[in-house]
Design a protein around this ligand. Structure first.
Ligand SMILES: NC(=O)c1ccc[n+]([C@@H]2O[C@H](COP(=O)([O-])OP(=O)(O)OC[C@H]3O[C@@H](n4cnc5c(N)ncnc54)[C@H](OP(=O)(O)O)[C@@H]3O)[C@@H](O)[C@H]2O)c1
Length: 250
């Protein structure tokens, strides 16, 4: 196997690994030698991905966990260390971007949930797993952010703010846990996952054709190249940064 893409003996934890971008990254890591902990709220959906990983000859653990709740995160992390003894790669991928009718219609509960899933949970995971990585053999953390963090736009105000906060944490944690833990982010553009099912596709395709360099949305597996680069040996001199994988979104 190409050394830059060799994850043999590594253990990866992927939040939101049950579907969409998370599932693609989990399967790609397993295909290159990693054992993977798959977590999302629905344990049975995680179990299905774990079975796919085991079919590749790797070990996998499925765990139901709401990443907005620190108690659940801590229990999940403990279970992962108990099973595998280490975590080398943390991919903070679970996220949600709700639609709303107006800014004043956003309830305090919804605002807190967006911050909880996209910012507060990744903070706790980085703090607990990153500290153990730094005290052990090191590791790599990849935070899945969004172009909404770089170009705040209408219809995603709390989400863009949460992902901007995630970018800030990405940078600061790189310094907190360097030199043996690298922390990076991916500012994802429009990917055609379950998230896109809420979009007006006709309007999206028109806008993509006229404004986006690649003139289309991304397929879920098109996140993999950047994720493997940042997570693995290829990214050994890359830390504290957020790279765009957005098909040339203006
Ligand atoms: N698709 C895009 O256009 C796009 C653009 C920019 C950024 N992103 C970011 O990319 C990441 C992945 O998005 P995606 O498009 O793959 O979304 P997706 O297909 O909707 O998948 C979201 C994943 O996160 C999990 N999840 C949702 N809420 C959770 C919670 N409270 N606790 C734990 N897990 C939770 C879901 O599983 P359960 O339902 O089982 O919990 C699922 O595995 C997100 O951070 C998103 O913000 C996506």
């Amino acid at each position: 196997m190409d050394q830059l893409l060799d994850f043999t003996g590594k253990v990866a934890l992927v939040t939101g690994g049950s579907r969409g971008l998370g599932r693609e990254m989990a399967l790609a890591l397993a295909a290159r030698g990693a054992d993977v902990i798959i977590t999302s709220r629905k344990a049975d959906a995680c179990e299905a991905v774990a079975e796919e990983i085991e079919a590749l000859g790797r070990s996998a653990m499925a765990y139901g966990c709401h990443v907005g709740h620190w108690g659940e995160i801590d229990a999940m992390v403990e279970a992962a260390y108990e099973r595998f003894g280490k975590i080398d790669i943390l991919i903070n991928n679970a996220g949600m971007s709700p639609l709303y009718e107006s800014l004043s219609a956003i309830s305090e509960e919804l605002f807190d949930k967006v911050i909880g899933v996209n910012l507060k949970g990744p903070f706790r995971l980085m703090a607990t797993v990153g500290e153990r990585m730094a005290a052990g053999d090191g590791g790599s953390i990849v935070n899945i952010s969004s172009i909404a963090s770089l170009q705040p736009s209408p219809n995603s105000e709390p989400y863009g703010a949460a992902k901007s906060g995630l970018n800030a944490l990405t940078r600061s944690f790189a310094f907190a846990f360097g030199p043996n833990v690298r922390v990076n982010g991916i500012a994802a553009g429009p990917f055609l996952t379950d998230i896109s099912k809420a979009w007006d596709m006709a309007a999206f395709e028109k806008q993509a054709k006229s404004r986006h360099a690649l003139k289309r949305g991304g397929q879920p597996d098109e996140i993999v190249g950047a994720a493997l680069y940042l997570a693995g040996p290829g990214g050994s001199f890359t830390t504290g940064t957020v790279i765009r994988v957005d098909g040339g979104t203006p």
